[in-house]
Design a protein around this ligand. Structure first.
Ligand code: SF4
Ligand code: SF4
Ligand code: FES
Length: 522
């Protein structure tokens, strides 16, 4: 037991928690999920819905677990007959006016009203079939939010998020009693840059994303842990895929980076992951001919030949959306040459989330500019483009907007082939972030892993694989030992100072900060 901790018993299990811990959080330690609606760890406690009623021995009546703090010797029963009967009553009242339209509701399958009703609600209603349920029309709240009042259980999570987290209190509870609904200021729209979080926070299907409306049923989705590519903040996200198409991006909690939230820019920044105009096979240019599809062996041999023959200056133009491992292996590939590397970073407006320190949509609209800088890539893209004109070899790492003029040989590793790169001697198709595994380093120097959500199209392979094969083809030491992004990262950690002491396995779900933590820039 930790020093100063409070010891209590929840459903017969001993629990030790710091003073001030709420019962609902202490119960999680014992593996007990106390049913709840209005409580959310990222919002101030409201104690409104009464769904979290539990029995505490020696207390005169049931207590709400979301607003009761742990106390020494407390004995809590979440499953006693009295607690369950009270929660059944709460559910019955919450459902009085509910339209029971689960078959057409986007939330079905991930709805806490469904889950807790199934778990401990009444098997049937006691209301007469003639009872006329309250009806209010659907409202358009903002660019990506619809409000379906008939499904609303008035938990006020959305109201509290706008008031306490965004500090833009445009939502309220209008009317009272069974006429109550969530109102929006008549002159306001729910268009705050972080407003989309209300859809995730709503425990039922009352606030819906227009972007996701009727796109998929929750049980059809595969979920993959990833990191947002929208800016240098590095928010943790889940990519939801249906039939190998990314259909939704949602926040993944990381208390050290984004707490429970993501901004709307990041939420909508996924359609490019599903582009249909991808390069699906390696291409090489034969004398006097257009680019022609070949197998990987021929393409790698041709690329290695170009690199073997290159002496003098090599220029790499890289996307700041490339993984740390690819940026590192590209640098390794150019070892021995007079190498210049540069990334092009699009800048935008900063949009902070006022209620959460150090969380904002950052001006730097790229996830891995920090890693690029640590690995020696510069930001003077114009100068690198100019240097490319006279370079012996130019290597491009997925820059879809690039136009390159060069006297040397152009080697293009990319997801799509821009017009400006059609003169390439070799084109090697690579996976995008949703199709591979790797790491990004955010603006604060936190190294975070992302995972593969869907297969790469055709013969496209992850960039780390292509670069490792090229190192092997060139006979570079240890090329064949690069069996995965983890091996590439571990090699990087051994050779690049700021990453010293880290390993791929130690990054875990929340990532690790490089030491010493670097100062944030953009
Ligand atoms: S719309 Fe959703 S989050 Fe807002 S009060 Fe209703 S149920 Fe709660
Ligand atoms: S703040 Fe940046 S990293 Fe976070 S969700 Fe928005 S765009 Fe993505
Ligand atoms: S979750 Fe405790 S009162 Fe709503």
């Amino acid at each position: 037991m930790a020093d100063g901790a409070v010891n209590l018993t929840i459903d017969g299990m001993p629990v030790s928690a710091p003073p001030g811990t709420l019962l609902i959080e202490a119960a999680k330690q014992a593996g007990v999920l106390v049913p709840h609606y209005c409580y959310h760890p990222g919002l101030p406690v409201a104690g409104l819905c009464r769904m979290c009623l539990v029995e505490v021995e020696k207390a005169p009546k049931l207590q709400i677990a979301c607003a009761t703090q742990v106390a020494e010797g407390m004995v809590v029963h979440t499953q006693s007959a009295q607690a369950k009967s009270a929660r059944m009553g709460v559910l019955e009242l919450l459902l009085i006016n509910h339209p029971l339209d689960c078959p057409i509701c986007d939330q079905a399958g991930e709805c806490e009203l469904q889950d807790f009703t199934f778990q401990e609600g009444r098997p049937a209603t006691r209301y007469s079939p003639d009872y006329a349920k309250r009806f209010n029309p659907v409202e358009d709240f903002g660019p990506d939010v619809l409000y379906v009042p008939n499904r609303c259980i008035l938990c006020t999570r959305c109201v509290r998020f706008m008031e306490d987290v965004t500090k833009e209190p445009v939502l309220n509870v209008s009317e009272r009693g069974d006429r109550a609904f969530i109102g929006i200021h008549p002159e306001a729209r729910l268009d705050h840059p972080w407003a989309g979080n209300v859809v995730d926070l709503c425990p039922v299907g009352s606030l819906l994303s227009k972007d996701f409306l009727h796109k998929a049923r929750a049980w059809e989705l595969d979920k993959t842990a990833s990191v947002c590519t929208g800016c240098s903040q590095g928010c943790n996200v889940t990519l939801d895929t249906r039939d190998n198409v990314v259909v939704r991006v949602r926040p993944r909690p990381n208390l050290l980076v984004n707490r429970y939230f993501i901004c709307d820019h990041g939420r909508m920044n996924y359609r490019w992951m599903n582009r249909g105009d991808r390069i699906e096979a390696p291409l090489v240019k034969r004398a006097g001919a257009e680019l022609q599809a070949v197998d990987w062996d021929e393409a790698l041999e041709r690329t290695a030949g170009l690199l073997r023959g290159a002496g003098g200056r090599a220029v790499t133009l890289a996307s700041p959306r490339m993984s740390t491992e690819a940026l590192f292996l590209m640098r390794e590939l150019c070892a021995g040459l007079d190498w210049t590397g540069a990334v092009q970073i699009v800048m935008g407006e900063e949009a902070p989330l006022a209620g959460v320190p150090n969380l904002a949509l950052r001006p730097e609209r790229a996830p891995n500019g920090t890693a690029a800088e640590l690995l020696g890539y510069g930001r003077d893209y114009a100068a690198a483009l100019q240097a490319a004109e006279s370079a012996a070899v130019v290597l491009v790492l997925d820059e879809p907007e690039v136009t390159i003029r060069t006297a040397g040989a152009l080697i293009y590793l990319g997801t799509v082939l821009p017009e400006g790169a059609r003169d390439a001697a070799v084109v090697l198709p690579i996976a995008n972030v949703a199709e591979e595994e790797g790491t990004f380093v955010n603006r604060d120097g936190r190294v975070q892993r992302y995972f593969q959500a869907k297969p790469a199209p055709g013969m496209a392979r992850p960039a780390w694989w292509v670069l490792a094969e090229l190192l092997t083809a060139l006979g570079r030491e240890g090329g064949e030992s690069l069996t995965g992004p983890g091996a590439a990262f571990d090699r990087l950690a051994r050779s690049v100072g700021p990453f010293a002491g880290l390993s791929y396995a130690s990054l875990g779900a929340a990532g690790q900060a490089i030491t010493p933590a670097i100062g944030a820039t953009a």
